[in-house]
Design a protein around this ligand. Structure first.
Ligand SMILES: [Zn+2]
Length: 345
């Protein structure tokens, strides 16, 4: 069945835009997209795709909604919090009310090397709304392996970055970020905060690139890394050079993250309400810097060997090499989430 412009009446203003038309709208309607992470970026990404008429949108997130999310996560409200809804479910419910002619599939899951491929390989594009490098490395490898383009996006404080990453075409994620930062070395949204307008801008750029890709306007993609600080007004585009030596992901086809070699392991500790989190990508953590970031968020004490951070109902004991014991939960996913929020990956 071929849809007509009457079927697409709701998109009449969009179809007037250059290179779109009924044909572009039909292509969107037959497209499938994955949004990884349904936080500030993810809600804006999902909203943009669903309103534009992308026919199938899968939303993946492991979290529940909390009051401090409402400042920037635009698909949620106070009723969702009272109903204890997971983010993916609340977002899907809201989006289905906005556009019932597309399919929105919520998946409440922690993204790991075990499930990333089944989540992305039937999609035409992946939009990055994740909040940590481990998930992005999984995504980079899975997208290279299955030849699926993805749109990198990240936000913190008053700035954000985005770049489309196409399989076997142009700089890959390894070229952009050859060395991952050590745990605890980078600010997270929990420690540095984020202005609600930043994800709106970055997500708008990401969705625009996805719409170009899905409507067959690949030549119009902005291939640079774009950096934007909404507070200072700085807006920079940088051409990322391709890696000169053979890339381990693209050429070696050695998928260290997909193989689980770098997976952050979380193990529930028997007989205690505690989980041990062990990042494979370890490092020597600078406790003083991390303590400065965590002090406004809870009680922090540290010595040369360990840092203790209390934010009820959780307490974390963090060792210099990145290993941590999170008390107050027996759930491995919750412990990984806590670690990712406060220590980062
Ligand atoms: Zn590469």
């Amino acid at each position: 069945m071929t849809e007509t412009s009457e079927d697409f009446a709701r998109y009449s203003r969009q179809m007037l835009v250059a290179n779109m038309g009924v044909a572009g709208q039909q292509r969107l309607h037959r497209s499938r997209a994955l949004v990884l992470g349904v936080g500030a970026l993810g809600t804006a990404l999902a909203s943009g795709l669903v309103r534009a008429g992308v026919g199938y949108v899968r939303l993946v997130d492991r979290d529940f909604i909390e009051l401090h999310n409402l400042q920037r996560q635009t698909l949620f409200d106070e009723e969702d919090i009272a109903a204890n809804l997971p983010k993916a479910v609340a977002a899907a419910q809201k989006l289905t009310k906005i556009n019932s002619s597309v399919t929105v599939e919520p998946v409440v899951a922690d993204v790991t090397h075990r499930n990333i491929e089944s989540l992305m390989k039937d999609c035409d594009v992946v939009l990055d709304g994740s909040d940590n490098f481990e998930v992005r490395m999984l995504l980079a490898e899975a997208c290279a392996k299955h030849a699926v383009p993805w749109i990198y996006g990240a936000v913190i404080s008053t700035y954000g970055v985005t770049m489309p990453i196409l399989p076997s075409d142009g700089p890959c994620f390894h070229a952009l970020l050859p060395n991952l930062p050590a745990p605890g070395s980078m600010p997270t949204c929990e420690t540095a905060g984020v202005l609600g307008t930043v994800p709106q801008v970055i997500a708008a750029l990401q969705v625009t690139e996805a719409l170009k890709l899905l409507t067959g306007n690949r030549e119009l993609l902005c291939r640079e890394l774009r950096y934007l600080d909404v507070w200072s007004g700085e807006f920079i585009s940088v051409t990322v050079p391709e890696t000169t030596e053979p890339c381990p992901i693209c050429h070696g086809r050695h998928y260290e993250y997909l193989n689980g070699e770098h997976a952050t392991r979380a193990t529930a500790l028997c007989g205690r309400s505690a989980v041990q989190v062990h990042p494979q990508h370890a490092g020597d953590i600078d406790f003083r810097t991390l303590a400065d970031r965590l002090t406004p968020l809870g009680e922090v004490v540290y010595n040369a060997y360990l840092l203790r951070f209390t934010a009820p109902p959780h307490e974390m004991v963090l060792f210099r090499n990145g290993r941590a014991i999170i008390h107050g939960t027996g759930d491995e996913g919750a412990a990984r989430a806590f670690y990712s929020r406060y220590v980062g990956q």
